[in-house]
Design a protein around this ligand. Structure first.
Ligand code: DGY
Length: 325
């Protein structure tokens, strides 16, 4: 009997996961370290039993119908699911796996790093030093607001948002507010106060967005949100660029309606080098590296592979991280 086929959409997947699949299935791999072009994806996906994909791979009707009836599982090496057409997957009875949990610590620590880089101008200061602009210790040079005694607002208190709250506590933050559909017991760990989004936006010195991208949250931060924020507010987004109406954010930064922004995600990704966002000196931009801790990426690869092998071995109930659709 011929072996089942799994399409792996990237060439530099951590070996920890690939080795789980290699001995059991025929792997069809896009061997480059850049995203698989759509035409290649459509041609390589035909007749596969499983897909190991990344957040850069759009899985829609066309991919699913081209794959055909053998396809039983799509497993994404990400916690975000916005690149997957979940309705189409559900209709076809295809199992879906993802990797929540294993990237929580990595993403939360990067969030704190990005916040500090933005508020305390860490990246600008390092560039200034290298450019010979450090003439002497100066009372006002490279100053920014501290976290102690501040109010921080976390939008969306899922796993990552809650861990960010925990990590913030030792900084002596005065209040941690959060907005989410329901009150969360996790918030007790850092005395988080459940408030409306408007209260969070008006009262916070630092606003951290950790909410998932869905049709409801797309562009939820627009002009009216930035108008509501303090002129000293710092906005941090580690979720998805599409959560933000980006021209409205650029306008708010240009006109100092808010103090600054730190973005690990933006639209598009990668951002073109002549983009307006790169011209702003009150904005820190990172290339979507929230989960880029070596251990997290290894584990993400393992979970993605195990989600696939559970289904292909006939035991979907053993998927470590199924998406319940
Ligand atoms: C995800 O997993 O969705 C993050 O954006 C990257 O790890």
């Amino acid at each position: 009997m011929s072996r089942q086929k799994v399409l792996v959409t990237r060439g530099d997947i951590p070996e920890s996961g690939l080795s789980i699949l290699k001995n059991k299935y025929d792997l069809i791999c896009w061997n480059k370290t850049t995203p698989i072009p759509r035409t290649e994806f459509l041609s390589m996906v035909k007749d596969v039993d499983g897909i190991f994909c990344l957040l850069t791979d759009k899985i829609d009707e066309e991919i699913l119908s081209t794959a055909g009836s053998k396809l039983k599982v799509v497993s994404t090496m990400s916690v975000g699911l916005d690149h997957l057409n979940l309705n189409a997957l559900k209709t076809r009875g295809i199992h879906v796996g993802y990797t929540p949990g294993v990237l929580t610590d990595a993403t939360a620590e990067l969030t704190i790093g990005l916040l500090l880089a933005t508020s305390r101008k860490i990246i600008a200061a390092e560039h200034a030093l290298r450019n010979g602009e450090w003439t002497s210790w100066s009372p006002n040079w490279m100053c920014g607001p501290g976290l102690a005694n501040s109010t921080v607002g976390i939008v969306g208190l899922g796993r990552i948002g809650a861990r960010v709250g925990e990590y913030l506590k030792p900084f002596g933050v005065n209040k941690i507010l959060y907005s989410s559909r329901t009150e969360k017991t996790d918030a007790k760990k850092f005395n988080g106060q459940h408030v409306s989004l408007n209260t969070l936006l008006t009262e916070s010195d630092f606003i951290i967005v950790t909410i998932a991208l869905t049709p409801e949250t797309r562009e939820m931060f627009g002009k009216s949100s930035f108008d509501m924020m303090k002129s000293t507010a710092i906005f941090i987004n580690i979720s998805r660029g599409e959560i933000v109406d980006q021209p409205a954010l650029i306008d708010a930064l240009k006109n100092n309606k808010i103090r600054g922004a730190g973005l690990d995600v933006m639209t598009p990704e990668p951002i073109p080098l002549d983009h307006e966002l790169l011209k702003l000196d009150n904005c820190v931009l990172l290339p979507h590296i929230g989960s880029a801790a070596i251990e997290a990426r290894r584990e993400m690869s393992v979970i993605t592979a195990k989600n696939i092998s559970a289904v292909l071995d006939g035991h979907p109930e053993n998927m470590p991280s199924p998406v319940n659709i």
